[in-house]
Design a protein around this ligand. Structure first.
Ligand code: SAH
Ligand code: SF4
Ligand code: F3S
Length: 481
């Protein structure tokens, strides 16, 4: 991250530089001048509150927004107090959208009481033209709207917002640009998400992500390795490599490389203790990757391998490009090669045309694979996706019945699977003080299971051996040894 001193050089420039990220540093310097003036008037610091909806990509984007705001002179506050509220939105399922609209209603009443409060919206939902129309019509008090492709331009947009009363809308359809080296404010000191690629080319027929995140673009491996080395120098011991489909990493680079090759490079970074990644698409999971995972001392024993459906017929309609049999074969191979691997998954119930028999097939896969955890979702119709135009949408009651049936099996098998480690000792990375009982800390095992045990804040960020004494369903109570 650039230091304050370096920001001064941008403060003296008359024109914004053309090249990125310098241009954005120029606008951060300008925003800082503006916030300093407001600070003087109000005799207090300006404050912000960023709320994140959706996945880890959005969480990482929010860390970038926060990094920029902190450098521009803002400090964190609660939503009701903040001078600037940002919602980084998700649109993967309709309930994510509804939550945003609900909370916007509350913000409207807050803004009526404190009219200087600024409200900005960004993220995936903003890439949908119909959402922009709704906001313009029913939520006209919003000050700034931007999308996923121009998030790196936030400093420039922030300055524009601070110098006008009009609503600013800046949405791009797509981009091939990747801007490196913008400031980031991490949520955790000891672990961090790292984008290795952006966008998605898979176009699963139910999914809106390719439309709102654009085409797949991989970051240059040198930039990724440098970012991780810098993070390790700052005390990070665990990284989570992020992409919608990490297994296709590197295909569109000038010098193509595989995800497994990238992992080999990251493994060599001194001081880095743990490597995680998500998400893996089953269609691209190579033997080379399994081998690298097997040989690695740092790659965690956890693989998130979304199934979506266990019915080959439905998988075809979903455009997932694998069958029930090929998925099971892959899971079998993984179990054989890496026996201590925990496998988790995502499943959708109620895809158009799905019958009770299709759900039986999904349940069969759940029973056979024995997932450590499965996130089950009710199908949500996303405008513009091929599945939304399919005629055979399943009635709600039927979906609910199938969903409950599946959930029961998922919970039973996950319980069985998670408790297999009872009595063993495993390494846990201590993440935080337990929310319910402050004499306990919460640690994460390599396989992603949580364990709570006696300890204090001095342990946070350390990897310690813990005896897993009692399994409480989906987590353990343990004792540090
Ligand atoms: N790229 C990841 C998934 C990103 S979205 C992958 O391919 O696995 C996270 C999960 O949301 C998906 O795995 C899917 O299970 C779910 N999902 C996506 N679109 C959905 C929709 N329209 N309705 C319900 N669930 C959906
Ligand atoms: Fe969506 Fe499929 Fe891409 Fe995942 S791989 S983001 S489910 S289109
Ligand atoms: Fe949601 Fe966008 Fe992630 S739609 S799941 S926040 S990529």
């Amino acid at each position: 991250m650039l230091q304050n001193i370096e920001l001064e050089q941008f403060q003296e420039m008359v024109e914004p530089p053309e090249s990125e990220p310098d241009r954005q540093y120029y606008f951060i310097a300008m925003a800082r001048k503006l916030t300093a003036q407001l600070e003087k008037q109000q005799k207090r610091k300006l404050t912000y509150c960023v709320t994140t909806f959706g996945c880890q990509m959005n969480a990482r984007d929010s860390e970038k927004l926060t990094g920029i705001l902190e450098l521009a002179g803002y400090e964190a506050a609660t939503e009701d107090m903040a001078d600037l509220v940002i919602y980084n939105t998700c649109t993967v399922r309709d309930n994510a959208n509804q939550r945003v609209y609900g909370r916007l209603g509350n913000l409207n009443s807050m803004k009526k009481k404190t009219p200087h409060k600024k409200i900005a919206l960004c993220g995936c939902m903003m890439q949908e033209p119909s959402v922009i129309e709704t906001i313009k019509k029913s939520y006209s008090f919003v000050d700034l709207i931007f999308g996923t492709h121009n998030i790196y331009k936030f400093p420039e947009l922030l300055v524009a917002m601070l110098t006008t009363e009009d609503m600013i809308i800046d949405i791009w359809k797509d981009t091939d640009q990747i801007v490196e080296n913008l400031p980031v404010e991490r949520k955790y000191a000891f672990k961090s998400g790292i984008n290795i690629m952006f966008g998605c080319n898979n176009f699963c027929s139910y999914c809106i992500v390719p439309y709102v995140r654009g085409r797949e673009r991989s970051r240059n491996p040198k930039d990724i390795i440098k970012e991780i080395k810098d993070l390790v120098a700052e005390g990070v011991v665990e990284v989570m490599l992020l992409g919608q489909n990490v297994n296709s990493y590197g295909k569109n680079l000038e010098e193509p490389m595989t995800f497994a090759e990238l992992l080999r490079g990251i493994e060599k970074i001194d001081g880095l203790k743990r490597i995680r990644f998500m998400t893996s698409h089953p269609k691209d999971l190579s033997d080379e990757l399994i081998q690298v995972m097997k040989e690695s001392k740092k790659i965690c024993r956890h693989l998130h391998l979304p199934l979506q459906s266990g019915s080959t017929r439905i998988l075809k309609a979903m455009n997932r490009v694998y069958t029930k049999e090929s998925y099971l074969e892959l899971a079998c191979k993984l179990r054989k090669e890496i026996p201590d691997l925990s496998i988790t998954t995502d499943i959708i119930v109620g895809f158009p045309g799905e019958t009770k028999e299709d759900v039986d097939e999904t349940i069969d896969v759940v029973k056979r694979v024995q997932y450590d955890n499965a996130f089950t979702f009710i199908y949500s119709k996303r405008t513009g996706t091929p599945a939304a135009a399919m005629e055979n949408q399943v009635p709600q009651e039927e979906v609910k019945e199938n969903f409950d049936r599946l959930l029961k099996v998922v919970q039973e098998t996950a319980r069985e699977r998670v408790r297999l480690l009872t009595g063993q000792t495993a390494e846990a990375l201590v993440e935080e003080i337990n929310e319910q009982d402050e004499t306990l800390v919460t640690g994460r095992l390599s396989n992603n299971t949580l364990v709570h045990f006696k300890g204090d804040s001095s342990l946070i960020g350390k990897i310690v051996p813990v005896k897993l004494k009692e399994c409480k369903g989906f987590y353990y109570l343990g004792e540090m040894i």
